[in-house]
Design a protein around this ligand. Structure first.
Ligand code: SF4
Ligand code: SF4
Length: 530
C-alpha cells in the first residue's frame, strides 16, 4: 500500500496509492430502514446538546430530539418516526472510545414527517441571521469530518471568497466524489445559500484532479447557472491537500497564521457535503438526519456509497454492502490516514461518518508492533505543518508535556503522513493523539481543581462575610439598646428634677401664704388696741 513521490505544492505531503475505484462503481444506494436508531447527543465539536424528549415519547421523522447546548453546539433530530425507547449512555464512534448520552428510537416504519415549510428560493429575501438560525435549527455541522457547527462558522463577515472543499484526499473515501457526480446542481444551490449568508463575491470549488467525473458534473452545473459566481479549481492529487489550512494555502497562496482564522484572510471554507445538507435544509426543510457514507475496503464484499440515516447501526451498513469478507480484519471510521479503529460494529453512524473502512489483513494501517526509530528524518520531510514528528514521538513516549507543547504538538493535524513513511512503522499519530488527550485531560483536571479551589475560597469568603454581617448586626443592636437605656435614665432624671422644683415652689408658696396670714392677724390686733 505504501508508495510515495515527491510533491511541490504543499510543504510536505504525499502522493498515495488510490483505492477510490473500489466504491465508485455504482450509484449511491439507499438503505432499508432499521428497527432501532441510536442518536448520540454529542456528534459535533462543542457542548453536548440538551435532550428535549424522554423515554416513552412518540417522535416524528425530522423532529428535534435535542437542542444546542450553547452557541458552539448542534441540534440532533429523529431519523424516523417512532417511540423513544431509552435515553442512556452508550458507546459512540469517537477516537476516545468513550460512551455518551444517546436517544434510542424504536422505528414504527410509518415514516411520518414533521410539518415542513421549505423556504426554497425565498432565501434570497431572508436575512443572514435568519438563515443562520435555520441552518442551526437543522443541526448542520461540517461534514468533511470536522463537525464544527456550520452556522457558527458563517457568522464571520467581510468574506471575499467561499471555498467549497471537494478535495477528498484520503485514498479510500469517495462520498464527496459521488455526491458531486449525482447532485452537482444541488451542491451549487447550497453554496449559493452560503454565499448569500456571508455575502461572498465568488465561490471556488476545489476538486482534486483524480475526480474527472465530478469535475465534469460540477462544470456543467456551473455553465447552466451562468451567474459567474462559481469557478472550479482543479488541484493536484496530493495528500493532505484537503486540510482546511492546506487548501487555503494552495488556492490563495496565503498561509493562515498560527492561532488565526481563515476569515481573517477573507476566506471561508465549507465541505461540499455541508453545502448539500444546507440545500436540503432550505429547499426541503429537512434537518440533517442522513448523510452519504463510503463503505469500502477489501474486508467488505460490495464496497459502495450509501445514503444512510444518522443513528443506523454500522452493522446494518456492512450487511447492506454484502457483509464482511473472510479475511476482514478491522473496522475503521474515516480513511486509513486520519481515521480510527472502532471496537464494535454496533456503534451508530453519526454526522462525522464519512467512511466505514473494513480492512483485510494486508491493508491494515495499524500495526501492533513496530521497530525503534532510526532517526532517518523521513517523517520531517513529509510533514505539511513543518513539525518535527520524530521529536514529538520522543516527547510523547516519555510523556514530556512541556517539550511537546514547545514543539507545537497542537499544530499537528494528524494527517498521518509521518507514520505512513516511517520505515520503522511507528504509529506516530496514535502517540500524538494519546499525548494530546493526556494534556487535555490534565488541563481539564487543573481547571476543575482551580474551579474547586475557587469555589472553596468563595465559600470561605461568604462565611466570613456572613460572620461579619452578623457581628455588625449584633453591634448595632447592642448600641441601640444602650442608647435606649441612656435615654430612659436621662428621662427619669429629668422628671425627678421637675418634681423637686414643684415641691420647692409649693413650699415657698406655702411659706408666703403663712407669712401673709400672720401679717393680717397683726394688723387686726393693732387696730383693736389702737
Ligand atoms: S520516520 Fe520513523 S524512524 Fe525515521 S526519524 Fe521519523 S520516527 Fe524515526
Ligand atoms: S501527523 Fe502531525 S506530525 Fe505527522 S506529518 Fe501530519 S501534521 Fe506532521
Amino acid at each position: 500500500m505504501k508508495q510515495t513521490d515527491s510533491i511541490s505544492t504543499l510543504d510536505g505531503g504525499l502522493t498515495l496509492v488510490a483505492h477510490k475505484h473500489l466504491s465508485t462503481g455504482s450509484a449511491i444506494s439507499s438503505m432499508e430502514q432499521s428497527k432501532q436508531y441510536i442518536v448520540p447527543l454529542q456528534q459535533h465539536i462543542g457542548v453536548i446538546s440538551q435532550a428535549l424528549v424522554k423515554k416513552g415519547d412518540r417522535v416524528l421523522k425530522g423532529q428535534m430530539l435535542a437542542k444546542p447546548g450553547n452557541l458552539i453546539s448542534a441540534a440532533v433530530h429523529s431519523p424516523v418516526s417512532g417511540i423513544v425507547c431509552d435515553v442512556k449512555q452508550h458507546d459512540i464512534p469517537h477516537i476516545s472510545g468513550n460512551s455518551d448520552l444517546c436517544i434510542f428510537i424504536e422505528n414504527d416504519f410509518k415514516d411520518e414527517w414533521i410539518e415542513r415549510h421549505p423556504l426554497a428560493d425565498d432565501y434570497n429575501q431572508t436575512s443572514s441571521s435568519d438563515m443562520r438560525k435555520l441552518i442551526r435549527d437543522a443541526g448542520i455541522v461540517g461534514l468533511g469530518g470536522a463537525t464544527f457547527p456550520a452556522s457558527v462558522k458563517q457568522t464571520e463577515m467581510n468574506i471575499e471568497t467561499l471555498i467549497l472543499n471537494a478535495v477528498e484526499c484520503e485514498p479510500y473515501i469517495t462520498c464527496d466524489d459521488v455526491l458531486m457526480r449525482e447532485h452537482a446542481k444541488d451542491v451549487l444551490s447550497g453554496a449559493d445559500i452560503i454565499g448569500h449568508i456571508i455575502k461572498a463575491r465568488q465561490c471556488i470549488i476545489a476538486i482534486e484532479e483524480n475526480k474527472p467525473e465530478a469535475i465534469k458534473a460540477i462544470q456543467l452545473a456551473i455553465d447552466n447557472d451562468g451567474t459567474g459566481f462559481f469557478k472550479i479549481q482543479v488541484i493536484p492529487t496530493i495528500y493532505p491537500s484537503g486540510g482546511e489550512k492546506q487548501l487555503i494555502q494552495i488556492i490563495t497562496g496565503q498561509e493562515v497564521p498560527k492561532g488565526r482564522y481563515p476569515a481573517e484572510l477573507g476566506v471561508l471554507c465549507h465541505n461540499v457535503a455541508t453545502a448539500y445538507a444546507i440545500y436540503r435544509a432550505v429547499y426541503l426543510d429537512e434537518p440533517l438526519i442522513s448523510r452519504i457514507t463510503t463503505v469500502t475496503g477489501h474486508g467488505v464484499k460490495q464496497p459502495q456509497n450509501i445514503e444512510v440515516l444518522i443513528g443506523t447501526p454500522m452493522r446494518s451498513c456492512i450487511e447492506h454492502c454484502g457483509g464482511y469478507t473472510e479475511n476482514s480484519e478491522e473496522l475503521i471510521m474515516g480513511g486509513p490516514m486520519m481515521g480510527f479503529s472502532l471496537k464494535s460494529d454496533s456503534l451508530p453512524v453519526v454526522k462525522a461518518t464519512n467512511c466505514l473502512l473494513v480492512t483485510a489483513k494486508e491493508e491494515n494501517p495499524y500495526q501492533q508492533k513496530h521497530l525503534p526509530c532510526i532517526r532517518c528524518g523521513k517523517c520531517v520531510e513529509v510533514c505539511p505543518v513543518r513539525l518535527l514528528p520524530q521529536q514529538l514521538y520522543w516527547y510523547a513516549s516519555s510523556k514530556n508535556i512541556d517539550r511537546l507543547i514547545e514543539h507545537n504538538i497542537f499544530d499537528c493535524i494528524e494527517c498521518g503522513c509521518c507514520a505512513y513513511v516511517c520505515p520503522s512503522e511507528i504509529p506516530l499519530v496514535q502517540y500524538y493523539r494519546y499525548a494530546k488527550t493526556t494534556i487535555w485531560q490534565q488541563e481539564r483536571e487543573r481547571k476543575s481543581s482551580d474551579i474547586s479551589r475557587q469555589r472553596h475560597e468563595s465559600h470561605q469568603l461568604r462565611l466570613e462575610k456572613q460572620k461579619q454581617e452578623r457581628e455588625e448586626k449584633l453591634r448595632k443592636k447592642r448600641e441601640l439598646l444602650k442608647n435606649k437605656s441612656d435615654d430612659n435614665a436621662a428621662g427619669t432624671k429629668g422628671s425627678d428634677k421637675n418634681n423637686k422644683q414643684t415641691t420647692i415652689a409649693e413650699a415657698v408658696a406655702r411659706a408666703q401664704a403663712k407669712k401673709a396670714e400672720r401679717n393680717k392677724v397683726n394688723n387686726n390686733e393693732d387696730k383693736e388696741t389702737g
